[in-house]
Design a protein. Structure first.
Length: 278
């Protein structure tokens, strides 16, 4: 089994939910110990971040989706050697052993599209993907786009779509629908990712504002306006190894931490809390 971590990265300054600085970067935690994966980094600014830690390092402006499309197009032989590929935001803190374990779980449980569960103290956008300590993993019909991990076959199905999205809005719904079949999408609860709060040199407030229209355009291009946009947990494996089916799942959190952007002569931001709509 050969594994790849792909990220598009730049300089960031991180804070916790109480607005206190966090030192270091995800590169430090990803590569701290012996890793069972290679690392490909596209650096979207002039920081040279990750250059000394990557097996392949490319300097190119663009979002994660644009840069993965470039990688798949210009380095196809490099990509083809991997059985599993984690395409992850550059603000996702995880320890080396947890990443190694996530790749092992993809193979052990025959998962085609997975994600680590998210630490409730970091950023999260989808309540059902926040860590649930009662489970080893949960099966879902949807995986959010900040930390997708693909099997070789799943990535082949959706690789062509990366060039048609900038932010991933609605794209993650589309590819989840493309890949989903019985119990092959999963949230790994035995593993947690801390999604750090930050703004990077690639953040553009206009891009955030335009995300819904971008998502609508993406679905129209793929004639997918009628796809299922529901996000459900359909079952899981409990801590004691019992496999369960779920008709109704109650997420473990009621609110989320997010970045509140303040517009003005200088764009600033601060951590904030928002209730999930149920």
């Amino acid at each position: 089994m050969k594994n790849l971590v792909f990220t598009s990265a730049g300089q960031r300054k991180f804070r916790d939910k109480n607005n206190r600085p966090i030192n270091g970067s995800p590169f430090d935690t990803w590569t701290k110990d012996l890793k069972d994966f290679d690392l490909v980094t596209y650096c979207y600014d002039d920081s040279n971040i990750g250059k000394d830690k990557s097996n392949l390092w490319v300097q190119r402006k663009g979002t994660k989706f644009q840069n993965f499309s470039h990688y798949a197009s210009f380095y196809p032989k490099h990509l083809e050697q991997y059985d599993y590929v984690w395409i992850v935001d550059d603000d996702m803190f995880m320890f080396t052993e947890d990443i190694n374990e996530m790749f092992r779980m993809m193979e052990d449980y025959d998962i085609d599209l997975g994600t680590p569960s998210f630490d409730e103290d970091g950023m999260h956008y989808v309540d059902i993907l926040v860590n649930d300590p009662n489970y080893i993993l949960r099966y879902s019909n949807y995986v959010e786009c900040s930390a997708h991990i693909f099997s070789r076959e799943a990535l082949k199905k959706v690789k062509h779509t990366f060039s048609d999205t900038i932010t991933g809005n609605c794209w993650d719904n589309y590819i989840s629908n493309m890949i989903h079949k019985n119990n092959n999408l999963a949230v790994f609860d035995s593993i947690k990712a801390y999604h750090g709060l930050s703004m990077s040199t690639i953040n553009k407030v206009s891009a955030r504002v335009n995300q819904p229209s971008e998502g609508k355009s993406f679905l129209e291009k793929y004639n997918a306006n009628n796809i299922n946009l529901g996000r459900n947990i359909t079952g899981g494996i409990k801590k004691d190894g019992t496999e369960v089916k779920l008709n109704k799942y109650v997420p473990p959190v009621e609110s989320r931490i997010y970045i509140k952007v303040n517009l003005g002569n200088t764009v600033t931001w601060q951590p904030s809390v928002k209730k999930y709509r149920r």
